[in-house]
Design a protein around this ligand. Structure first.
Ligand code: ADP
Length: 488
C-alpha cells in the first residue's frame, strides 16, 4: 500500500517535471515513431503532442542528416547514451533550431531496449550569446589567450597574432613560454603553477628580478606588457586561465614621461627658487641701503647701487623669460616658423648691433661662395646666435675679439662663435647643454647666469633638424657651432 503510494508520488513528480521542464522531453520507439511529447517540445518545435505522437521523429530532421539519426539509433540499440549532442532540427514552420540533446535508451522490465528518450535544449539564445562573446573576443583590442593548466595555449584571438607576430596555428598547442622572454622562463612556470593552485582574477605582477612584465614577439622583439589573468572552467571541466595581454609600450612611455615631468618640475622649482634668491637679495639689500642711508650716501655710490639694482632686475627678467621658454618647450607648446631664408642676414644683424656697443665682434667667412639659404626659423636662430655671442662676451676678457664664422659643409650651413676666453674643462662638456648645466670651470670668476641658455639653444636648433656643439681649450677659449640644413 505504502509502496504503491510512493510509486504514485514518484510518477506524479516525474509527470510534473516533464510538464514544466524548459527542455523538450520526448521519447520514440526504436523504429523512430514519437511516443511522448511534453509542452516544452511543443514550444521548441511548434508541433503539439497530438500532432507528433505516432508520427516519425524524422519530420524534425533536416534533409541531409539522415545518417546522423541512423547513428544515434544504432548506439541506442546497443544500450548506449549520447550526451551533449549538438545538432540542428526543423521546426513546424520549416525554420532551423540549434539544439543540444541528451539521448538515452528506454529498457523494458527484461532490460531489452525498446526505445529512446531525449532531453533537448533550444540553443538559440546560448548560441547568440556565444556568437556575441566570440565577436567581442575577436574584435578585442587586446590579445586574449586561453592557457590550460599545463601551460599550453589552447585559444588565441586575432589580436594575439598582431601583438606577437605568430599565426594562430603556430601558438595553439605550444607552451605559453613561447610568448615570454627566455630569461623569465624559469620563474614563470613556478608562478603559473602557483596561480593555478589558487586561481582568481588579478592583474599579473612582474616576474621576480624584473621591474616590468614583458612579452616576446616572433621576431624576438620584446615589449612591456600588461597582463590580467582570470580562471575559467572549460566544457571539458579542465581549469584554464584566460590571459588578457596589452602592449603597454605607449602607456609605459607616458608614465615615464609623467614621472620625468614631475621630477623636472620639482627640480625646476628648487633651482629656480635658488637662482632667484641671489639677485633678489641683492636688489633688496641695495634698495634698503639707499632708503636707510640716503643722506649719508655719496651721489656716486647712489648711482652705483642703482646700477646694481638695474643689472640684477634685468638679469631676473632674462632668467624668468628663459624659465618660461623652457616650460613651454617642455610642454611641447613651442611653435616654429620654418621657411627658407638667408642666414647671412643673421650674422650681419649681429655685427651691426654689436658695432654700436663694442668693436669686439669680427666676421670671418670661411667659404666665400657659400649659399646660405637655410630652412629654419629666423627668430629662433637669432636667439641662438645672440645667446652664443653674449656667452662669448661674458666668458672672455674685454680686450679679446669674438669671431663669427660662416661655412657650408655638406648639406648644412655652419655658424660658429669663437672666443678667446676662459674655456670649458673637458669634464664639463657633457653637462654643458643640459638644463641648469652651469659648469665648474669658472674658478674665481663668478659670472651670473641661468644655466638654461645652452639648453634652450640646443632644443631650438635640434627642433629645426640642426645640431649644436662646442670645442674648447680651457684657458684659451671656446668655439660654439650650430649647423642648419640648407634649403633645397
Ligand atoms: P648661462 O645663462 O649660465 O650662461 P648657458 O646655458 O648659456 O647658461 O651656459 C651654461 C654654462 O656654460 C655657463 O654658465 C658657462 O659656465 C658655460 N659657458 C657657456 N658659454 C661659454 C663660453 N663661451 N666660454 C666659457 N664657458 C661658457
Amino acid at each position: 500500500m505504502t509502496e504503491l503510494k510512493e510509486t504514485e508520488i514518484q510518477n506524479a513528480l516525474s509527470a510534473a517535471i516533464v510538464a514544466t521542464s524548459n527542455d523538450a522531453i520526448t521519447s520514440a520507439s526504436l523504429d523512430g515513431i514519437v511516443t511522448s511529447w511534453n509542452p516544452a517540445a511543443q514550444r521548441i518545435y511548434g508541433y503539439s503532442a497530438e500532432e507528433m505522437i505516432g508520427q516519425p521523429f524524422s519530420v524534425l530532421v533536416p534533409s541531409g542528416t539522415a545518417a546522423e539519426v541512423a547513428n544515434i539509433l544504432e548506439k541506442i540499440r546497443k544500450g548506449q547514451s549520447i550526451e551533449h549532442f549538438e545538432t540542428v532540427r526543423l521546426r513546424k514552420d520549416g525554420s532551423d533550431v540549434p539544439v543540444s540533446m541528451n539521448i538515452s535508451p528506454i529498457h523494458d522490465l527484461t532490460g531489452a531496449v525498446i526505445g529512446a528518450s531525449s532531453i533537448t535544449r533550444d540553443m538559440t539564445e546560448q548560441n547568440r550569446t556565444e556568437q556575441k562573446f566570440r565577436a567581442t573576443v575577436n574584435s578585442a583590442p587586446n590579445a586574449i589567450l586561453i592557457v590550460d593548466k599545463t601551460g599550453v595555449i589552447t585559444f588565441a584571438n586575432p589580436q594575439t597574432e598582431k601583438i606577437f607576430g605568430y599565426q594562430r596555428n603556430e601558438m595553439l598547442g605550444q607552451p605559453i613560454e613561447l610568448l615570454i622572454p627566455s630569461r623569465f622562463h624559469a620563474n614563470h612556470s613556478g608562478l603559473r603553477d602557483g596561480y593555478l593552485a589558487h586561481p582568481h582574477l588579478r592583474p599579473m605582477g612582474p616576474v621576480e628580478g624584473a621591474a616590468e612584465l614583458y612579452g616576446r614577439r616572433k621576431d624576438g622583439h620584446e615589449f612591456p606588457a600588461d597582463v590580467s589573468l582570470s580562471p575559467i572552467e572549460t566544457t571539458d571541466k579542465h581549469a584554464s586561465v584566460v590571459a588578457i595581454i596589452r602592449d603597454a609600450t605607449e602607456q609605459r612611455k607616458i608614465v615615464r614621461r609623467l614621472h620625468e615631468l614631475n621630477e623636472l618640475r620639482n627640480g625646476f622649482v628648487v633651482t629656480v627658487a635658488h637662482d632667484l634668491r641671489a639677485p633678489m637679495n641683492s636688489i633688496s639689500g641695495f634698495a634698503h641701503e639707499l632708503i636707510n642711508e640716503w643722506d649719508a650716501t655719496e651721489d656716486s655710490k647712489k648711482i652705483e647701487y642703482l646700477q646694481i639694482i638695474v643689472r640684477n632686475t634685468e638679469h631676473l627678467a632674462e632668467f624668468v623669460e628663459k624659465v618660461f621658454q623652457v616650460a613651454r618647450i617642455e610642454a611641447g607648446e613651442f611653435a616654429y616658423n620654418i621657411r627658407p631664408f638667408d642666414i647671412r642676414s643673421l650674422v650681419q644683424r649681429a655685427l651691426d648691433e654689436s658695432a654700436s656697443t663694442s668693436d669686439r665682434l669680427r666676421f670671418e667667412l670661411t667659404a666665400p661662395e657659400v649659399t646660405a639659404i637655410v630652412l629654419g626659423d629666423e627668430d629662433r636662430l637669432w636667439q641662438v646666435l645672440t645667446n652664443l655671442i653674449s656667452n662669448a662676451v661674458k666668458f672672455s676678457p674685454i680686450e679679446e675679439p669674438i669671431v663669427i664664422g660662416l661655412s657650408c659643409i655638406d648639406d648644412s650651413v655652419q655658424i660658429s662663435v669663437m672666443d678667446r676666453g676662459i674655456g670649458i674643462a673637458n669634464g664639463d662638456m657633457s653637462t654643458l647643454f643640459t638644463k641648469f648645466g652651469r659648469v665648474s670651470t669658472l674658478g674665481a670668476r663668478k659670472i651670473p647666469g641661468s644655466g638654461l641658455g645652452l639648453y634652450i639653444c640646443k632644443t631650438l636648433v635640434e627642433a629645426q633638424g640642426g645640431q649644436i656643439w662646442c670645442e674648447s681649450n680651457p684657458g684659451r677659449g671656446s668655439t660654439f657651432t650650430f649647423a642648419i640644413p640648407v634649403a633645397r
